[in-house]
Design a protein around this ligand. Structure first.
Ligand SMILES: Nc1ncnc2c1ncn2[C@@H]1O[C@H](COP(=O)(O)OP(=O)(O)OP(=O)(O)O)[C@@H](O)[C@H]1O
Length: 285
C-alpha cells in the first residue's frame, strides 16, 4: 500500500541546512495499523508530511499503491493533534465532516449520508447540528476522525492524534481507532511519542532514532487483535514490548533492548507470581 524508499528531508540550505529525516525505507501493507515512535524533534511530523505530499522530499520517494506521491493524494486523509485548529468553528459538525467531499465527485445527498455514517462510526450520531466549540475536546477529535473517515481514504495518517486529550478520552480514542481499523480494514499510520500507545494501538512499531530520524527497529506486535486497556497493558507481551521500545529510544542496540526487555518481563512475572502465596492470599482475605 505504502512504500517509502530512501526518503530524506532537509530544511533550509547551506550553513542553515537541517536534515530532519535521513534515508528512511519501509513499507506498510494494506490493512495494517503501524505506529512510528521516536524522541521529540526527531522528525516524525516531517516524515508524515512527506508521506502526505504536504512537504516534498529532498531525496527518495513515497509511493501509494504504486503511484509516486507528488502532491496530496486524493485517497489519503490526515488527522492532526490540534483539533481546535483543524475544524472550522463557523461550520456545523455535519458540514465540517462533509467539507473535504466537496472536492470529490460526490452528490450532495451522498455527502450527507457519508458524513452521518462517519459520525455514527465515531459515536457522535445526533451532534451533526452542533458547532465544534459546543463539544468537548475528545468529541472534537472524534469529529476530526469522522471527517477523515468520510472520505474513505486508502491510507489514514494520524499525527499525535490523542496528545491533546485527557488520559481517559485517549484510551477511548485508541479503542475507537482499533475498532474502525478492523471494521473497515483501513491502513493506518500513527505518529506518537507515547511508547505505551505505540504498542497498544499497533500491529507493528517503527522506532526512530534521534534527529535526523532513521529507523532503529521495526517490531511486530504479537498482541491479540482484541485488546483491552487494562488486561492487555498488564500482559507479558505488552510489558516486554514496551520495555524494548523504551530501551531502543534510550539508545540500546536492538539485541541489548530485546534481551533486557524479555529478562525484565520474566522477572516482573516471577515477582507477581511470588506475591500471590498462600500467606498473602490469606492476609488479603
Ligand atoms: N518548517 C521547518 N523549517 C525548519 N526546520 C524545521 C521545520 N519543521 C521542523 N523543523 C525541524 O526539523 C526537526 C524535526 O521536526 P519534526 O516536527 O518533524 O519532529 P517531531 O519528531 O515531529 O517533533 P515532536 O515530537 O516534538 O512533535 C526539528 O529539529 C525541527 O526544528
Amino acid at each position: 500500500m505504502l512504500e517509502v524508499s530512501g526518503l530524506s528531508h532537509t530544511y533550509g540550505r547551506g550553513a542553515k541546512a537541517h536534515t530532519a529525516v535521513q534515508d528512511l525505507t519501509f513499507t506498510v501493507e494494506a490493512g495494517q495499523l503501524a505506529s512510528i515512535v521516536g524522541p521529540s524533534g526527531c522528525g516524525k511530523s516531517t516524515l508524515l508530511r512527506c508521506i502526505a505530499g504536504l512537504t516534498p522530499s529532498t531525496e527518495g520517494t513515497v509511493s501509494l499503491h504504486g503511484d509516486r506521491v507528488n502532491g496530496v493524494p486524493d485517497d489519503l486523509a490526515v488527522v492532526f493533534q490540534d483539533y481546535s485548529r483543524s475544524l472550522f468553528p463557523w461550520l456545523s459538525v455535519q458540514k465540517n465532516v462533509e467539507f473535504p467531499l466537496r472536492w470529490r465527485p460526490v452528490s450532495r445527498a451522498e455527502r450527507r449520508s457519508r458524513a452521518a455514517e462517519a459520525l455514527e462510526q465515531v459515536g457522535l450520531s445526533g451532534v451533526g447540528g452542533k458547532y465544534p466549540w459546543q463539544l468537548s475536546g475528545g468529541m472534537q477529535q472524534r469529529v476530526s476522525i469522522a471527517r477523515a473517515l468520510a472520505s474513505r481514504p486508502a491510507l489514514l495518517l494520524m499525527d499525535e492524534p490523542f496528545a491533546s486529550v485527557d488520559a481517559q478520552t485517549r484510551f477511548e480514542l485508541e479503542d475507537l481507532t482499533r475498532r474502525v481499523q478492523r471494521e473497515q480494514g483501513s491502513t493506518i499510520l500513527v505518529v506518537t511519542h507515547d511508547i505505551d500507545e505505540s504498542v497498544y494501538l499497533s500491529d507493528r512499531v517503527l522506532v526512530l532514532s534521534k534527529s535526523p530520524a532513521s529507523i532503529v527497529a521495526d517490531l511486530p506486535v504479537g498482541l491479540p487483535a482484541e485488546r483491552d486497556q487494562i488486561t492487555t497493558r498488564e500482559s507479558a507481551e505488552f510489558v516486554t514490548l514496551r520495555g524494548e521500545v523504551a530501551r531502543l529510544l534510550h539508545g540500546d542496540s536492538p539485541e541489548e533492548a530485546a534481551t533486557a526487555a524479555s529478562d525484565a518481563a520474566e522477572w516482573d512475572l516471577a515477582e507477581r507470581a511470588s506475591d500471590i502465596t498462600p500467606d498473602t492470599a490469606e492476609t488479603r482475605s
